[in-house]
Write a protein that binds this ligand. Sequence first.
Ligand SMILES: *[C@@H]1O[C@H](CO)[C@@H](O)[C@H](O)[C@H]1NC(C)=O
Ligand SMILES: *[C@@H]1O[C@H](CO)[C@@H](O)[C@H](O)[C@H]1NC(C)=O
Ligand SMILES: *[C@@H]1O[C@H](CO)[C@@H](O)[C@H](O)[C@H]1NC(C)=O
Length: 393
Amino acid sequence: MGTFALHVIVAVFLAAVTVSAATPAASTAFPVPSIITPHYDTDPLYQVSPPAHLDFKVAYVDYWGQLTDWSRTPQISTENTDLATFCSLQNRGFWFFGYTSSVKEDSYDVTSFSSTLSLAKDFAHPAWIVDNWAEWPPIPRTADENEVSVTYSTDITVNASTNCAVLSPSKAIQFWNMRLSSCGPFAGTSMVVYEFYPAYNALKVTRPVTITLTPDEYQYGSFATVVVKGVVYLYAVDTSQDGYHQDIHVASAPAATVEDKSTWRYWDQGAGAWSSTEPFPIARRQSAAIISLPAQTSLRDSASIFYSAYHNSYLLFFLNGSEDRLRVKYSSTPLGPWSTNDVVVFSFPASVEHALVTPVPFQNGSAVAGQTVLVSSYGYNEPKTKVWKLKFT
Ligand SMILES: *[C@@H]1O[C@H](CO)[C@@H](O)[C@H](O)[C@H]1NC(C)=O
Ligand SMILES: *[C@@H]1O[C@H](CO)[C@@H](O)[C@H](O)[C@H]1NC(C)=O
Ligand SMILES: *[C@@H]1O[C@H](CO)[C@@H](O)[C@H](O)[C@H]1NC(C)=O
């Protein structure tokens, strides 16, 4: 599309890739087309009341189709994209994908990327994206990972299953699952930091590998991440100890120091207190969990938790995998207690492996944040992200 070419001309490049040996962190910077999408912040209290609109009746659902870049050449299509996760930073809407591959239809050439990044093009049509405008994986590798990759001629594969959490107007974090090769074992979760500089149209992506949670730890931040009044709440799901329940555990840290794991605190629901000692999932700790969901919930072990101004409540949207339905629970704080009767808000027409909900892109003008949400879904048989708009009455 011609208009896109014009946008690219104004893009500014920062240093392409910088890997520092002193601190084992990797960082990448990208030019970003100047496409503006709406973004409205909410700044809730920790404890909110009274709640509103708790029947979660849906006025309408719009199906917007698969995330598609109409400007790409017809010879190349992106296949096998994982769930797309969303990040609204300032006035841009970023979509991050996990392992993806590009297929040339006139041959069988396949180029695979361990992660890709797209930009939302127009939030009146949120399935329209600008894809592959950055041709290298946005999630940077550490020097060690590069060495493994070169030595064994393999690729690290990464995927994220939750949306990013916005720490400050220009900064967000997201947690990515890591594997050292596509069939290798789960290597833990790594925190990734995004910084967007609108004046330069540039997105900087950094991995402070001091925050890599090993497979022996709770994967805090991988189930959901919420920021309230300068505090980050990092949710982990424990599925390992009991085949019938999934316990949700929480850590927290000041947003300003979340990259320093020594500032993390760990919640024990039973004790009603935060501790500076990190617990490990060596036995089931149900009394320490904020909620236990039945095991048939969300096969991909993540949920969307955010504050909805429309409901004046914290909402926990999750996929009930055994019925392919999106359900919601609500609470007056980010820790609960959560409503016990969850409400079905949407039934997917086909089998879904994963679904995420975000309130961000539709908070336009007088619209109250949370009345309209974007749902993105990913299925076994249709491995391309589909997007839906859902409006509550
Ligand atoms: C935002 O609202 C204005 C005025 O109602 C409308 O013209 C515009 O299309 C809306 N934008 C989006 C992205 O919905
Ligand atoms: C994403 O990562 C998780 C954890 O490593 C893994 O279970 C899942 O299979 C991955 N998905 C893909 C499509 O690689
Ligand atoms: C998930 O769906 C099953 C089957 O409909 C139901 O029995 C179960 O209670 C649901 N779980 C939750 C947490 O809603």
